[in-house]
Design a protein around this ligand. Structure first.
Ligand code: NYM
Ligand code: MG
Length: 211
């Protein structure tokens, strides 16, 4: 790759326990094995000051108004924007576990206005591709065994999935909806096929912003 080539900005989205973390890991391993420079990321990024507040909220040791935690999640992305831009321009592909769409989906699922939820995301870098992992509704119910964090309830996850579906329909030109009920290997094969082509296709394209 020439010096001007940038990396691809790849995001995984979907409900809790749908398999995003496994797919992120498999994709990072694959790209590494092809000598494509790649870095994993995950939002919320819990190590910053803001990230620590988010962590206290998610683990129920802190309560905050819905609007306030929403803006904290967004601020957590904004505080990493320079770093993300730099890494991409240096030629690293980023494989990111959750992004702005989780921000909108979880808050809108609580009843906050969709457009209000999306507003603070405007101006953030736009992913080149979003892999939206989705399982049929009854499959989600059968997954059971959610963790102890806030939001990890079947009924709430169903509402989150509805908002993700809505976003997926609107952003269809760069969203790839994939069936998460298949095996991790089969799912990975679908992801890999799209991602490898994407890395080459976007290398000479300008970065875009969410608007
Ligand atoms: N979450 C995540 C939000 O509510 N808003 C956001 O902007 C992001 C990035 O955090 N239940 C929620 C979704 C998850 C929770 O994420 C923790 P994870 O990927 O389980 O660490
Ligand atoms: Mg989780």
């Amino acid at each position: 790759m020439s010096l001007e080539n940038r990396g691809a900005f790849i995001v995984f989205e979907g409900c809790d326990r749908i398999g995003k973390t496994t797919q992120c890991r498999l994709l990072v391993e694959l790209l590494k094995s092809r000598d494509i420079p790649v870095l994993p990321m995950h939002f919320p990024e819990r190590s910053s000051h803001i990230g620590q507040v988010i962590n206290s909220y998610l683990t129920n040791s802190k309560d905050l108004p819905d609007e306030v935690i929403h803006l904290m999640f967004s601020a957590n992305r904004w505080e990493h924007m320079n770093q993300i831009k730099q890494k991409l321009l240096e030629g690293n592909t980023l494989v990111v576990d959750r992004y702005s769409y989780s921000g909108v989906a979880y808050s809108a699922a609580k009843g906050l206005d969709f457009d209000w939820c999306y507003a603070p995301e405007r101006g953030l870098l736009k992913p080149d591709a979003v892999f939206y992992l989705r399982a049929p509704a009854d499959d989600l119910t059968n997954r059971g065994e959610y963790g102890k964090e806030r939001y990890e309830k079947v009924e709430f996850q169903g509402r989150v999935a509805k908002v993700f579906d809505q976003i997926c329909a609107k952003e269809a030109n760069y969203w790839h909806q994939l069936d998460a009920s298949q095996s991790a290997e089969d799912l990975h094969a679908q992801v890999a096929d799209i991602a490898v082509k994407l890395v080459h296709r976007v290398a000479t394209q300008d970065l875009d912003k969410l608007y």
